[in-house]
Design a binder for this molecule. Sequence first.
Ligand SMILES: NC(=O)c1ccc[n+]([C@@H]2O[C@H](COP(=O)([O-])OP(=O)(O)OC[C@H]3O[C@@H](n4cnc5c(N)ncnc54)[C@H](O)[C@@H]3O)[C@@H](O)[C@H]2O)c1
Length: 382
Amino acid sequence: LIRLQVHTKARRHEYEIRIGRGILASLGGELRRCLGKQVERIVLVSNPKVFGLYGSAVLRSLKAGGFAVSPSLIGDGERFKTMRTVADLIRVFVDNRLERNDGVVALGGGVVGDVAGFAAATYLRGIPFVQIPTTLLAQIDSSVGGKTGVNLPAGKNLVGAFHQPRGVIIDVETLATLPQRELVAGWCESIKQGAVGSQTLFKQTTNFLTQLNTGGGLVTSGLEDLVTAHCAFKATIVAADEREDATRDDRRSRRILNFGHTIAHALESVTSYRRFRHGEAVGHGMMVAGELSKNLGFLAPSELELLREGVRLCGRLPPANDLDLTAITEAIVRDKKRTRGHVQWILLQRIGKPRVVDGVKISSLMLRQSLIDALGIEEAGR
Ligand SMILES: NC(=O)c1ccc[n+]([C@@H]2O[C@H](COP(=O)([O-])OP(=O)(O)OC[C@H]3O[C@@H](n4cnc5c(N)ncnc54)[C@H](O)[C@@H]3O)[C@@H](O)[C@H]2O)c1
């Protein structure tokens, strides 16, 4: 069991991330430590799939910890990350007479965490909340940092709140049941964190992936160490920039986590959010951002090769080479309009050293060429 302390600047929020193998069995005690003695009642938020796999073990262990637990299941998938689901959950909190000192526990991936966290952030102006993330993405990224929220028809994550959890409990063994594509998407996010984080984190990630690809098992002590290193990285970024200060563009601002995202959003949009898991689109997006960095003259070709190899190690991505170049650039322009023309690209100077670059520095010709080279798109008429 590894414990990581998270401090945010305000120091009002200090909590622990506990990472281990098989710790769902001792969840009751872990949760007691996070929530304190006074908490009696818990609403356990999950979805049918995750609850089917881990629900009974979790319920048993929470009851052994002396909690009165009511499970509440939300639909599985991004389409349930809505205000409607939040309203339904809050009704469950009311029915269970949750009070200020009671708790909400999220058992699942990023969707369950974001929805349950937002409901906990708003009910009674905020009640204690604990995350038990069960996807790779949730374990290395979304459960750490305190962002919660839901989508609106007008766009993703448009409503939300910062609500730091009382604790995050990570059992890496839960990743053994994760579908392959969810793993690939999570690995892409881990390459992203390595690429903007540090050479050490990048190397640790690619070493693990190389081992995995040559037949090593997934759930090893290497995995615990890797998840810990990623949580520590995310926690450092969050501690320095809890609310993603829009005026910051330095190498440790929270926005560097958007590496690969400008292109990822465009790819998701031109495929109507049907072809790619978000992390898979980020995989392609990082290749394009790397190509742009090289074409602007500040990323050495050998470093670009390391990035490419890192993305390759994540597994097969759905193809992007059949997509229409103009449709992609138009999607980027639409995104730009939404942000009133301020597109800031997160590019790379080298592995571990991101650089924020103003969109005006990137000509449309260079963007097109980078898309062609990174995604393997055939230009019409070539
Ligand atoms: N709050 C943040 O800081 C933050 C950061 C990044 C992403 N996000 C959000 O996270 C969401 C994506 O999260 P996600 O990738 O975890 O997707 P997800 O929550 O939809 O989970 C993916 C799939 O895996 C299943 N699953 C979960 N755990 C499993 C397990 N152990 N075994 C088998 N199946 C399992 C789920 O039921 C689901 O079908 C998005 O909504 C995104 O906006 C939030």
